[in-house]
Design a binder for this molecule. Structure first.
Ligand code: PGA
Length: 259
């Protein structure tokens, strides 16, 4: 099955960039470039502090969805500096990035914490975008499949099949993130097919409908070829999503790929 059998999910991970003022300016500029962004689902993941500004800038009529980049495993409490899933929902988010490689490798997040976050996100009627991916050392040691499998099986532990089918998965090879070194569509397809197999094992036939996004140095130039790869159901974009013109080009590529 090709990656074009359903409408793509195109997600922008702004990481720790674009404060409220810059974020609102981004949305204003983007809307002048791409008034018709109805091809598929578009999700913006601004920093939590910019969520309200983005929400205000997109207004009521836009079909842009919002997400947060991280939540704590607990819903409330003495966790200075953290944000929770109920707060994200209250602030207008419908998606949450879980297990992004920077959470895993910069902040030491384990598969067990990732699983706890998936559970609290689902428990608050939000959709986790569970990110998985191997490091270059793991890839060169031939461990890609084992690492990705472990991240999926452990990250989804405790979720029932009917909860798993509502998720979004993102495959982001760590060596491709922010490096300019993109996986080839073929490399991406190999791992996406593996992920699809695991999802069907864990969630039954419904696992075939779960969007599997590719992320890692996606650009306007490579977006369409990646979207055409087998089982690639969308894109998770970091650096190239910070510029409204480049982001609009990626959205246009997704629109073209979905036709
Ligand atoms: P990048 O980041 O597009 O800058 O490689 C992707 C991500 O980390 O989600």
């Amino acid at each position: 099955m090709s990656g074009t059998h359903r409408q793509p999910v195109i997600a922008a991970n702004w990481k720790m960039n674009l404060g409220p003022t810059a974020a609102a300016e981004f949305v204003e500029r983007f809307q002048t470039l791409s008034p018709d962004n109805t091809a598929g689902t578009m999700i913006l993941f601004p920093p939590a502090l910019s969520l309200a500004a983005v929400r205000a800038a997109i207004g009521d009529i836009s079909d842009i969805r919002l997400g947060v980049q991280n939540v704590h495993t607990e819903e409330t409490g003495a966790f200075t500096g953290e944000n929770s899933a109920p707060m994200a929902r209250d602030a207008g988010a419908t998606f949450v990035l879980v297990g992004h490689s920077e959470r895993r490798h910069v902040f030491g997040e384990t598969n067990a914490e990732t699983a706890a976050k998936c559970r609290v996100v689902v428990g608050n009627a939000l959709t986790p975008v569970l990110c998985v991916g191997e490091t270059i050392t793991q890839r060169e040691a031939g461990e890609t499949n084992a690492v990705v499998l472990g991240q999926l099986q452990e990250g989804l532990a405790g979720l029932r099949p009917e909860q798993i089918v509502a998720l979004v998965i993102a495959y982001e090879p760590v060596w491709a993130i922010g490096t300019g070194r993109t996986a080839t569509p073929r490399d991406a397809a190999t791992v996406h097919v593996l992920i699809r197999g695991v999802l069907v094992e864990l969630a039954g036939e419904g696992g075939r409908e779960i969007p599997i996004l590719y992320g890692g140095s996606v650009t306007p130039e490579n977006a369409q070829a990646l979207l055409a790869a087998e089982e690639v159901g969308g894109l998770l974009v970091g650096g190239a999503s910070l510029d409204p013109d480049r982001w609009a080009s990626i959205c246009a590529a997704a629109g073209a790929a979905s036709r």
